[in-house]
Design a protein around this ligand. Structure first.
Ligand code: PLP
Length: 399
C-alpha cells in the first residue's frame, strides 16, 4: 500500500487563549499605539521588551515591525550605510541580503558547508572586505560561535545575528542572539512565536541600542521603554538619529507575551518532532543528514537533508513523488527562485561572485517545515514517505 499524508505544512497552532484574551483587552481599550498609555499604565510593548530581555539575558530589547526591520535597524545603529560592504551567508533567505541593500550597502556572500553552516574558512578569507557580518543562523543551524567570534573579534568585524530561526536556541549555553552586538528576531507567522508580523532586537551596547530606539520612531518618548538604556545615553543621540518608523504595537505585543512564556515547551515539542523525522531517515542510501554537535542547542522548526551530487532531474523526481503523497519539500537548488527558496545568485542586485563549493551544497539542500500542528505519528509517516521516494529515485538515479 502506498501511504499518503494529508496534513498542512503551513498550518500553525492557534494563538493561545491567554493571548486572545490579552488582545481583546487591548482592542477594548483601544490604546494600540505603544506610546498611547493611560496614567501609569505600562504598555504591552514595553512589557514584551522587558520579558524578552530577561528571557535572553540581554540588557536591552526593542520591539519592531518585522524581522527585516530589526536587521536594517541593527545595521544602521552599527553605522552601516551607503556604499559599505556587509558579509553575510550565501545560504539564507531573501530578507537578509535585502536588509543590507535597504541601507544602501552591498552583501558579500560567505559560503555554506555540508552541515549547512557558514564556512569559517571562507569567512576568514573575506574578513578584510567588510566591517560587519550579518550572520544568519539559517534554518536554525548554529556554527561554532566561539570560533566565529574569535575570527571576527580579531579582525575587528562587528557581528549582527539574524535569529529568525533560532529564538530559544543556544550555542554552548549562550543564547543565539547574545554573541554579536545585536540579535534580530522575527515574530511573523512562520517563526517561533506568531504575531502575524513583528520583530525583536536585543543587545548590551547602550549607545547602539539608543540609536536603534530613536531609529524605530520613538519620538522623544524613550523614557517610556523599560528594557532601554538610561535617558542620559540619548542626550546627543536624540539629535543625531533620524526617525525611520517601524514600531511594534500593543496588539501584537499582547499576543506575543503568553507565547514567550510557552517558548521552552514549544521548542521541546519541535525537537521531539525533529528526532522522529531524523530517526526515520537515518541510513537512507543517497540521503545525507546534517551532523549536529552537542554544543548546538537548536530548535528544529524545520528539517533539512541533502541529496548531494544528485542530478537535478532525480532530485525533482523525489520532490514530485513526495508531493503526490502529500509531503511538501522545498529545494534550494532550483535555478529559478520559487517561494522562499531563492539562491544567492538570484539576488542579482548584489552582483554576487560565484561560490562553486557552495553551489554543490545548495544544489542538494532539501527543506521541510515542521509545524507544531504535526504529531510524532505524522512525522514518522512523513519520514517513511520521503525514505521510500528517495530509495526509488536513488536506484534509478544514474539512468
Ligand atoms: C523570516 C526571516 C527573516 C525576516 O523576517 P520578517 O519578519 O519576515 O521580515 C530574516 N531572516 C530569515 C532567515 C528569515 O527566515
Amino acid at each position: 500500500m502506498t501511504e499518503t499524508f494529508t496534513g498542512s505544512f503551513t498550518q500553525q497552532e492557534p494563538i493561545p487563549q491567554a493571548g486572545i484574551e490579552a488582545a481583546m483587552a487591548v482592542l477594548n481599550h483601544g490604546r494600540l499605539h505603544r506610546y498611547n498609555t493611560h496614567g501609569d499604565e505600562i504598555a504591552e510593548t514595553a512589557l514584551l521588551e522587558e520579558e524578552f530581555a530577561a528571557l535572553t539575558g540581554a540588557k536591552y530589547c526593542l520591539a519592531v515591525a518585522s524581522g527585516g526591520y530589526a536587521m536594517t535597524t541593527a545595521l544602521r545603529a552599527c553605522g552601516v550605510g551607503h556604499g559599505d560592504r556587509v558579509l553575510t551567508n550565501a545560504f539564507t533567505l531573501a530578507p537578509v541580503p535585502g536588509a543590507i541593500a535597504a541601507v544602501g550597502a552591498t552583501p558579500v556572500f560567505v559560503g555554506v558547508t555540508d552541515n549547512l553552516l557558514i564556512d569559517l574558512d571562507d569567512l576568514a578569507a573575506k574578513l578584510d572586505q567588510a566591517q560587519v557580518l550579518l550572520l544568519s543562523h539559517m534554518r536554525g543551524h548554529i556554527c561554532d560561535m566561539e570560533a566565529l567570534m574569535a575570527l571576527c573579534d580579531a579582525a575587528g568585524v562587528t557581528v549582527i545575528e539574524d535569529c529568525a530561526h533560532t529564538m530559544g536556541a543556544h550555542w554552548n549555553g549562550t543564547p543565539s542572539g547574545r554573541w554579536g552586538k545585536f540579535g534580530c528576531y522575527s515574530t511573523q507567522t512562520y517563526k517561533h512565536v506568531n504575531s502575524g508580523e513583528g520583530g525583536l532586537l536585543i543587545g548590551d551596547d547602550a549607545e547602539a541600542m539608543a540609536r536603534a530606539i530613536m531609529l524605530s520612531g520613538s519620538y522623544m518618548l524613550f523614557e517610556r521603554h523599560r528594557a532601554a538604556p538610561p535617558p542620559e545615553t540619548f542626550a546627543q543621540i536624540k539629535y543625531e538619529t533620524p526617525n525611520i518608523s517601524g514600531r511594534m504595537d500593543n496588539l501584537r505585543a499582547a499576543i506575543l507575551r503568553p507565547q514567550l512564556a510557552d517558548l521552552q515547551t514549544q521548542c521541546d515539542r519541535w525537537n521531539a518532532l525533529y528526532r522522529v523525522v531524523e530517526g526515520g531517515l537515518r541510513d537512507t542510501p543517497g540521503l545525507t543528514l546534517t551532523h549536529r554537535p552537542a554544543a548546538e542547542g537548536f530548535v528544529a522548526s524545520s528539517f533539512q537533508f541533502l541529496l548531494l551530487d544528485w542530478p537535478a532531474e532525480a532530485v525533482q523526481r523525489v520532490i514530485q513523488g513526495c508531493f503526490r503523497r502529500g509531503v511538501e519539500l522545498k529545494w534550494f537548488g532550483g535555478s529559478e527562485p520559487a517561494g522562499f527558496t531563492s539562491r544567492y545568485d538570484s539576488w542579482r542586485y548584489a552582483a554576487p561572485d560565484p561560490l562553486p563549493q557552495s553551489d554543490r551544497i545548495l544544489a542538494g539542500i532539501i527543506d521541510m517545515r515542521l509545524p507544531l500542528t504535526f504529531t510524532p505519528e505524522d512525522c514518522a509517516l512523513i519520514a517513511r514517505i520521503i525514505r521510500d521516494e528517495v530509495e526509488k529515485a536513488f536506484s534509478t538515479r544514474q539512468s
